[in-house]
Structure formats: C-alpha cells, structure tokens
Design a protein. Structure first.
Lengths: 215, 201
C-alpha cells in the first residue's frame, strides 16, 4: 500500500491536535450564588461551595459579610457549569446577563433565591436585567462586608430577617457603615425594616466589578 | 514615595524596628532575606510600622523557597493589615495556586483564584484602591480586579510561613511599600522648576 506524505502529515497533525483539544476545554464566565464552606483555616479556608474545590478554575467571589453566601464569577466548562448549576443550593444566573428576568416562574425563582439568602429581592421586576440583579447582590455584599469589618457582627442572627426592625445597636452600625462609605445616612430610620435601611444604603453605591464584568 | 527593605544585613532573630508582627511569632533576617521565625509552621503577618498608611497602598516583594524552588510558596505581600490578623493577602499556596485571601481575626477566606504558576524569584504585588484589589506578577496584572469592602484601613507588609527547622524555607526579599504617610512638610519634587516659575510670574 502506498502511503503519501500528505497522509503521514495528516496523521501526525491529528496526533498533535486531538490531545490538545481534549485538554484545553472551552470555558465561559458565569455567575452563581453558592453557599460558603470551610472552617477558615489555611488548609480549609472559607470558599465558595463546589466552585472553590474545582482544580484549575479561575474565579472571583464576594461574600455576604459573615452570612454564609458567596456571589461568584467563574470560568467553567460546560460540564462544570451543568454540575454546579444542578445543585439544589446554587442559584445560577443565565449566560446572557443583559437579558431581562421576564415573568413567572423565573421572576418568583430569582426573588425567592435572593430573599432566602437575606438579600432584598422582593422588588425585582420582570423588566430588570440579570446584570441589575447581580448588581443588587454585590451591593448588598459590600454593605455587609463593611459591617463585618467594622463591627464583626452578623446582620441576620437567628430570629432576624429582612423584614425585622433593627435594634438600636444594629441601626447605629448601619449608619456607621454608610458614613464609612461616604453615603448619605439621613434616609435611614430605626422605624424602617432592615430591608429598607439596607436598600437606602446599597442603592447609593457606585457599582463594582466581578470576574471582569462591571455591575 | 515608597518605603523599602532589602534585608541585606546580618542575620538576626528580628527583621528590625521598622516592622511589627501581628501574630505571636515574628520574622527573622537570614541570608539577607526575611523568613519566618516561629517554632511551628504558621502564617506570620509582619507590617511596616515606621510610618502610618493611607487607605490606598501597595505591597510588593520577591518570593521564593531556597530549599525547594518549585514548592511551598506560602508567603506574599499583605495590605490594609491590622491586629487580628485582619487584612488582604496575595498568597501563593503552592507553585500552581495563586490566590487573593482576606483574613478576619486570623480566619482565611479565598476571594479570587487565578490560573498560572509562580517561580522562585518572582515579584508579587498587591494593590488596593477604594474597595478594589489588584494582583500583579512581575509587573503584569493577573486575574481580574477583586472587590471587597471589609477593611478600609491598615498597614502594608508581608507574610512568611516558614518555621525554624521544618524545612519550609520560604522567604521574601526586596520588599517595597507605597501609600505611607510621610511626616513633615511636603517638598516639591522639582525645586528648580518651582524657582523658575516663581521668578517668571
């Protein structure tokens, strides 16, 4: 049998390209709300559940202060995305974050997904884009992170929810958080719920980046 | 302005009066580099206390391991560090793991995980402005901007993890920090230009 140089070249090319393609999996940036896991030691640091244990994955996360939730921007393969987004304790945002949330059942799902994690979500409308929703989550993270840094305290200990009224000390802490950001704190009131006070702070924040995306 | 330390001095159990440890253990000078000085493996945070610090600051140092250059890089620059230890840390958990961590009263939280490797002799810089952290390796940013608002103040410094006699000979060298508060009256950078303008107008 006669073997041409072209055939030999083709076989060699295939030998080089096929393994390379198998190793270099295509990834895309996605956003996920996931629980916080870990004990805080160097060998078992607090990290995003599932994503934080994937080898070789580039990701960036913001935690909700001491509350047990992360918002994560992660470059996952299709298989990794399917695995992570299929977990019952994960809220996966759609790939097109500039699309509108739309009506039910998606609208209720995102509202509940945020509210269950003590992130104000009941006012999200069908016309909101997913980018706006992630913006709400991240802004809330920034407020609760500063609360942790200044006062080392949870905003939502057992028995306290978004619809609770803040105690005097919690109210004063929220005011000091707002002042540390240079925000206007006069709209805050102890007569308002934790939700309303949080929103009056987070709505003033200028935005942030996560995973290279601007929110 | 910047402050710096190349640790080029005689071996000593302390890195000197310009530095303070945020853990019980401190760092030592050995072989013209800064190394851990604990009796057991630990993450020792050392901050520059000869100056106070602005909120915008950078911390940069050469990192490495003199026994096993391809392994065990548990040291790196820290910013906005304070007693706890609290603050931010560019940690090289091994030669193939680059991360930005936050520490809260000593507890570790991973904020960002990046692709790539680190080699002995690399220079790592951590920069913080407002709530945005940037990680640089040999002058090029790695990963994406990381936002975290937990700490709005603190000092720049470094972390070393080696413990005497354990074989984990991690080190940092040629540390440079920017964002320090300079005491006294600010002087113009270009005195001759100032004199020229004063004469001219």
């Amino acid at each position: 049998m006669r073997v041409s140089r072209r055939h030999v070249f083709g076989v060699l090319l295939a030998l080089v390209l096929v393994p390379a393609a198998a190793v270099a999996q295509e990834t895309s940036l996605g956003f996920y709300l996931v629980p916080k896991v870990g004990t805080g030691t160097a060998l078992d640091p607090f990290r995003p559940k599932y994503i934080g244990d994937l080898a070789g994955v580039q990701w960036s996360a913001m935690d909700l202060g001491i509350e047990p939730t992360f918002i994560v921007g992660a470059n996952l393969s299709a298989a990794q995305h399917t695995s992570v987004s299929g977990q019952s304790d994960v809220f996966a945002f759609p790939a097109n974050i500039d699309g509108a949330v739309g009506g039910n059942p998606t609208l209720n799902r995102v509202r509940n997904g945020l509210e269950q994690r003590n992130i104000p979500g009941a006012d999200i409308a069908s016309t909101w884009t997913w980018r706006q929703v992630i913006g709400r989550v991240g802004d809330t993270c920034l407020i609760l992170q500063r609360l942790n840094g200044q006062h080392q305290t949870r905003l939502f200990p057992p028995g306290v929810s978004l619809d609770s009224q803040p105690s005097q000390s919690v109210f004063e802490q929220l005011v000091s958080v707002g002042q540390s950001f240079g925000l206007t704190t006069s709209p805050l009131s102890i007569g308002l719920t934790v939700r309303e006070n949080l929103l009056r702070l987070s709505d003033q924040l200028p935005g942030f980046t996560l995973g290279g995306e601007v929110f | 302005m910047a402050v710096s330390d190349n640790f080029n001095r005689a071996d000593n159990a302390s890195v000197g009066a310009n530095w303070s440890g945020l853990n019980s253990a401190t760092a030592k000078v050995a072989g013209n580099r800064a190394r851990g000085n604990a009796t057991s493996y630990d993450y020792q945070w050392i901050v520059w206390t000869a100056n106070t610090w602005n909120a915008t600051q950078t911390s940069e140092c050469e990192v490495g391991n003199s026994v096993n250059p391809s392994n065990a890089f548990d040291e790196g620059p820290i910013v906005r560090a304070a007693a706890g230890p609290d603050g931010y840390y560019a940690m090289l958990h091994s030669s193939s793991l680059r991360r930005i961590y936050r520490r809260d009263d000593g507890a570790f939280t991973v904020l960002q995980n990046m692709d790539g490797t680190v080699a002995s002799g690399d220079t790592i810089k951590l920069e913080i402005t407002g709530s945005t952290l940037k990680y640089f390796r040999n002058g090029a940013q790695v990963g994406s901007d990381q936002v975290d608002s937990t700490y709005s103040s603190g000092s720049a410094g470094f972390c070393v993890s080696s413990a005497t006699g354990t074989g984990y000979e991690d080190y940092i060298d040629n540390w440079v920090g920017t964002g320090e508060v300079v005491a006294g009256k600010a002087r113009p950078l270009f005195r001759s230009s100032v004199r020229f303008f004063r004469r001219s107008f």
